[in-house]
Design a protein around this ligand. Sequence first.
Ligand code: ZN
Length: 433
Amino acid sequence: MSVETVNRGYVYSGTPTSDEAESYFHQCFGANRLMYNLHTAHLYEYLEKNGYTIGDKLPTFKEMGMPTVKEFKQTRMNEEGNKYLYEVDAFASNEAKQHFKKAISAFDKNAFKGQFKKSALKRQKTLGIEPTFRDLKGMPKFHSRKNSKLSYTTFNQHDNIFIDENKVLHLPTARKSKLSEVTIKLNTHRPLPNGSRIKHVTVMTNAQGKFEVSITVEFEMEVESIGIPAVERILGLDYSQANFFVDSEGKKANYPHYYLVMEECLAKEQRKLSRMVQGSKRWERQRLVVAKLNTKVVNQRKDWLHKKAYALANRYDMVVVEDLDLRAIGQTLKLAKNQQDNGFGNFRLYLKYKLEQQGKYFVKAPKTFASTQICSDCGVKNTALKGDISTRDWTCDHCHEWHDRDHNAGLNLRNYGIRWIDEVLLAPLLVAA
Ligand SMILES: [Zn+2]
């Protein structure tokens, strides 16, 4: 038995308990957005004045003389209507700076590619307008009131964030605020784990404008290891585009048909939306239809993923998966593209913690492990399969065994797990003995 400290996030829908609280939250969102935009404006000004060569990294905060959050606040204070910057949670303003820094380093990673957005290239072709640095892919851009996600995050200091017995979440405000605290009634379907401490809270609104709260907590969890001799039931899972996954027993995940129907329905409504005039009344109405349906589809899928992971964690002692670059896969999936779907990634995460809660094992085979190419019977690699994703079954040149592609990959992952027990779990014990 061992005790481990675990961090976990929980999302609840909620309702601010007063109009004042609701407008306070909107002020926090506003401060976060304004601060981000001030950083962006400063960057653009600097690049315009000093010139920018496409392909270069962006200047550092020091190089461009980026004002501090405090300095930004001071200059804005002289303008009418910005007093609220001092009345909102200080974290809301500082968060923007962190996000902006992240946006810069994300851009720098791909800066050398110097790719322009499609829309800018189209404009160049049709109107002859030359694209500028502002049109580069990944360049930090202004957050508009309409199209950006509204949120702010605040951190727990000396227990100034807590949930009372009526399931009301209490959050701190700034010292200069008229409100001593703000409260939001949570719609909790799942309680927080016993003895958990709140680390930070993000208040946000979803696509329908309803409030949601994400609470990150830390708690101690007792983990009882099932012990090495008890690792008997081992399952290999191979990610499959068509079936979600195929396991080492040849079973498919069976993603339910009625969820697919919902997803098709969503795609249809989205197509409708794309044909409407943006900003029109009809468009606005259709946008809500899509948003509602989207939430429903996301929740349904999540529910299914949780149930599936739960069932596997109960049945097996160890599950082995591939360490795939899921973002690369996501781009090839039609549905994934517009839904930012990372279904398999989330599934692996759920599976990992559901197994570990029971003291069981979750193992990732490295990216270099050629799970699809190895013959699970004789171990000889069929390199002809490399980069070929259309061949669904094949016969081994060496031992002449016929393989279903996905099932074979699942078996290889299972074999990897068996070796992992010897090499990772048992070997250190042998050395110690
Ligand atoms: Zn073979």
